[in-house]
Design a protein around this ligand. Sequence first.
Ligand code: MG
Length: 449
Amino acid sequence: MARLFGTNGIRGVVGREITVEFALRLGRALGGFFGGGTVAVGTDTRTTADLLREALVAGLTAGSCDALLLGVTPTPALQLFVARRGLRGGVAVTASHNPAEYNGFKVIGGDGMDLSRVDEERIESSVAAGNFPEIAWDRCGRIHQDPGSNAFYVDAILALSDTAAIARRKPMLVLDCASGAAVHTSPEILRRLGCSVTSLNGQPDGTFPGRPPEPREEHLSELRRTVLDAKADLGIAHDGDADRAVFIDDRGRLVHGDRALAVVARERLRGKPGTVVTPVTSSSCVADVVRENGGEVEYTAVGSPVVSRRMKEVGAVLGGEESGGLMFPELHCAKDGGMAAARMVELLAVTGKKLSDLVDALPAYSLARRSVSVPAGSQAKVVAGIRAAVAGEKVLTVDGFRIERPEGWVVVRPSGTEPLFRIYAEARTPGEAASLAAYAEGLVRSALR
Ligand code: MG
């Protein structure tokens, strides 16, 4: 049976992996999975959103679910709406940060969280089997419109923010929504918080004319330039569905996602220790500041749905991953770009500090990454070989192997989708990081022999 769900939902190129027939079939499978009740459906701004949503909703309603159409809305807004309104579930029609030709589906349970792998497998086998029961005319679901999720989300974030402290400082921001779903929420959140906002790519446009929807350094040169030209305090860039926020500091430098997490963690834990959840590949700067402030780090496998679930289980005070997905449990345990933007602005206003100073005060580490291809089908053998080879080391096996050394750490883990091993090493110096990565590559190669 084909695996449909990746780490963050189902995605592919429209007309190739993601077709209208597939959307209908998925809708029918989800109709059976949810088994009735109301399912919210939102989209990002992609040009194929309407087409795929219509097909998906036809399937959902043929499976006796009512569909509640939210229109263009950030994925975290849909998640919050589903959970707080007590709906049966939700579907975000989005390909997140992927280019314009991609689209996909992120399925949300009634608790507003990503589905478990077991539930995903049930849906995958239902899509594969394709024998959907025809239901009687008087049991078909209906379609309703409720464009209220954006206002609901904006109000929920504002209610949790220290608007007085922010309005006193009136921070100057440059906001780059990439013409994605954030255009309907983030400008309003930040203006109502009392910020002065310069907007880039603030019109909804699924061709993403200003920049690609992935907020990586090479796509953010206009934002960096504008931050410097305007002498702004902060630049904020969202991805296509606005579950991520990436920050540019007042010196025009991109702040890596785990360094942003560390900055937020340090302020949050001060005087109020708790647990911070993050994947095993997170920079040690997170663990350093968390432990310095009496907190604990809980490491998970790579992928934000795992981080969300673990946060809920351990009652964490904060979670996040290196791509810029920060999670604030006082709102919900979900990656949330709008909330991250509001919290970062609040942090700057309350501390009165510059983001550049906060970031530069963090311990500095060097990262080395590489991947090693292996013959198809050999992953289990390599894993067994590495396990035997590292028996005498200090190892964490939450996701592959994280080998701790005095100078740093290295993670070596099998890819879930390709015949290769991914290696991430971090140490105090580039040379030490490179030699840790080389050591891990050696482990993979020896295990193949
Ligand atoms: Mg996203």
